[in-house]
Ligand binder design. Sequence first.
Ligand code: 5AD
Ligand code: SF4
Length: 482
Amino acid sequence: MNNHFEWTNTVENAPATEPERQRYFMVKCRELIEQKKQELGRDLTFNPQTFGCQMNFKDSEKLNGILEEIGYVKVDSENADFVYYNTCTVRENANIRVYGRLGSIKNYKKKNPEMIIAMCGCMMQEAEEVEKVKNTFRFVDVVFGTHNIYKLAELLYECLSTKHRVFDVWEKAEGIIEDLPSDRKISFKAGVNIMYGCNNFCSYCIVPYVRGRERSRKPEDIITEIEKLAKEGVVEVMLLGQNVNSYGKNLEEPVTFAQLLRMVEKIEGIERIRFMTSHPKDLSDELIEVLAESKKVCRHLHLPVQSGSTKLLKAMNRRYTKEGYLELVAKLRKAVPDLSLTTDIIVGFPGETEEDLQETIDIVRQARYDSAFTFIYSKRSGTPAAEMENQIPEDVVHDRFDRLLKVVNEIAKEQNKKLEGTTGLVLAEAIDEKDPSMITGRLSNNNVVHFKADPSVIGKIVPVVLEEAKGFYFIGRLSEDV
Ligand code: 5AD
Ligand code: SF4
């Protein structure tokens, strides 16, 4: 997957160092957008389209921040002057969906000659996909990858000023560029990247190829960013990385993830700390200790198991066994009894037998997940699993998937039912989309709660009696004992 699409820019005099260079291009773009605004007698709009995981949503906040700085106004419709698709490639259907959307957006572009369409994200780190966009989707103007999203202003300036298509995808990350604008969806919650990339090479997964090798940010940079967020009113942070449990191992002065959590905990104003995603093989006793002791680290652990069959786990290169995983769960449950445990499971991995599925169903019953994302195995070219024999026929996979999902839902329901009648602390997040007299929030364990309250509670942590468990969420009532 050698996919460094070269690009040289035509602007001289731009600063050579970052982020000054991007600030320069933001000013240049702003001038162009201002001119266009005058010409057209209206605002120029942008519409973000984001697929995939939290990492991509975090990247989109950065892209939106840059676009707003340049002078674009965010709108909800793809009928906008600038639309970007921040893509995911972890499963094939994500790719299919994006191409479907591109097909329909073409009509908007026909009607609006000012329109610029950009594609970025994980799919664009694959050379074949970039070629396809280059040759088949010729109305796409700007293409970049996961390693250079910070360059949006520069790429956009090139496109706006030359009217050429701009392709810039890097095979590898070149340093971590920070201190550029970012636009948060919820003012009091923020995602914070603590590391990029992944070194695990699970045999089904394309992430290491598209997001590159593991790179941890320095703890002091992370802390400075969170302190700044706290000053801006953020009360909850989500620390993001593909495998947060191996955070800090390759820093010049190594720091463990548990140590980082303790540092973040000291930041005044931050009341809740979440993190994503943990690999079971790297989950340390030190982290369990922090989970048990901390008042701020949330009572939720997303611990992808992928399969309950030790044979398949080996083929997946997960580097733990069913028994090892269950021992870890037992340790966690003992240390943190109110922990909510969630997971990811893949069904239909090459070579999976009915016995393997039964092992997976068994681990779901034993680990008692509060919820689980279940995925149908998707063959990703370039990964070792794509070459494996015994790919499972679709009808068999669907049948297994349905049976597994039933058990997952049954257990999740039972787990939620246990909390009925208890009072939990809820961070009130927004007015309920379906019923505007209700507020939607989240418990420390990440469960969603809807409850009647005045919108003034939004952004605050309030006690709520969990009156009724409804599958994956609760209906609650504000507790009087505030
Ligand atoms: N097929 C299906 N699911 C996958 N995942 C990653 N790669 C694949 C694939 N090729 C799932 C894993 C991972 C989650 C983010 O996506 O369960 O934990
Ligand atoms: Fe996230 Fe992986 Fe999808 Fe990229 S490929 S968006 S890292 S889930």
